[in-house]
Design a protein around this ligand. Sequence first.
Ligand SMILES: Nc1ncnc2c1ncn2[C@@H]1O[C@H](COP(=O)(O)OP(=O)(O)OP(=O)(O)O)[C@@H](O)[C@H]1O
Ligand SMILES: [Mg+2]
Length: 338
Amino acid sequence: MSSLPKIGIDIGSSAIKLVELVPAGNKWKFVSAASMPTTSGVTAEGSNIPAVAAAIAGIVKEAGMRTRRAVVALPEEQVSSHVIELPILKDAEIAQALEWQVEQYIPIPKEQATWSWEVVRKDEVTGGMEVLLVAASKNLVENYKKIVEQSGLELVAVETELTATSRAMVGQSGPLTMIIDIGAKSTDLGIVRSGQLIATRTLPTAGEAFSRAIESTLALDPKQAEQYRNTYGFTPGQLEGKLAAAMQPVLGVLAGEVKKMTDFYVSKHPGEIIKSAVLSGGVAAMPNIVTSLSALLGIETIVGNPFANLIMDEAQKQAFASNGPFYGVAIGLAMREI
Ligand SMILES: Nc1ncnc2c1ncn2[C@@H]1O[C@H](COP(=O)(O)OP(=O)(O)OP(=O)(O)O)[C@@H](O)[C@H]1O
Ligand SMILES: [Mg+2]
């Protein structure tokens, strides 16, 4: 494997997660993982760079991480991804076409943006191709670079959260799969085909929406509501069924959005079926959410386990077993070939 030891850094709205991996043969060996609550959001304006950098430096020190090379994820909601249909073109022609067209697809002026693209489908019969365009503001990327550098690490790559999750949880083969990453503030949806992320969306319905539903239905304060959510989740019979009943409408909204995305994909690609869903993000650890969501989606749904493909000793397995979804993004980042 042409890879080097790395630290994956996932700066979420509620927690900063770091994972250190080293290559071992053609696999990855787990060294350490650690996290810290996010105290100040990282925004494109960059006002909190020193605080976030200090938090990362603190995690590295406390966990005794020795690797310096780091890969960081850009928050999915600040990245715009579009699948663009073009006639079959050569790479240089695609680059030129995008140079002209990119502004149609991104919400910021071209000169403030940085973008990359990848051919995700080529159909010789119809003569058409699909190109996935991924763009973000240069300022945002610059700020993430500053964060990593100020934390004392060396930034070797930047990618999106779903690209990392896909690498850690779906792999190169298998059927068309939907990734559902439920974080504290947002849920990221991604469709993966043969290991390639081909469509993405971000929703504002996530962990906090479940907590708010519990707060208002059961008259609890935000902290208690989060505790109940994490401890009991959708386990039947808890609080006479009131807990699951309070959260069910939120899950319904989430499932509705997942279905809209799968329906849209299938309408564009007749004959293809999205057969399975993989849950990721800290909120995917909620008891029984997978059963309840699977019932609404009507497809096989599992909680992703990004530790499954890593070499770990028994003590590490025990310490981290229930935290797989929480560390999905950070593991995928550290697994990047580089
Ligand atoms: N085992 C667990 N470990 C950590 N967090 C958990 C666990 N189980 C549930 N949670 C909840 O998951 C949420 C954090 O998830 P995650 O770290 O994926 O969010 P985030 O990435 O910070 O948010 P976002 O992606 O929306 O910016 C918190 O609300 C936390 O209470
Ligand atoms: Mg997240």
